[in-house]
Design a protein. Structure first.
Length: 67
């Protein structure tokens, strides 16, 4: 790796609003990166995600395939 053109890569602490903290490598300046969501509080990963049926698409699918 050419030191002159590559950014410095170092360990940073990622802090989420939910209170979770973990260490990751980054080229971003600073020792702490603050984020709004992480895998511990994101609805997709926690199983709290709700599917929104827009325009009755689920009903159309069920009707089409006799489910």
């Amino acid at each position: 790796m050419n030191e002159k053109i590559q950014p410095a890569y170092h360990d940073v602490t990622i802090e989420c609003q939910c209170g979770a903290k973990f260490v990751c490598g980054s080229t971003k300046e600073g020792d702490v990166i603050k984020v709004e969501v992480c895998s511990k509080c994101h609805p997709y990963y926690t199983g709290k995600q709700k599917l929104v049926d827009t325009g009755g698409r689920v009903d159309k699918f069920k009707k089409r395939y006799n489910l």
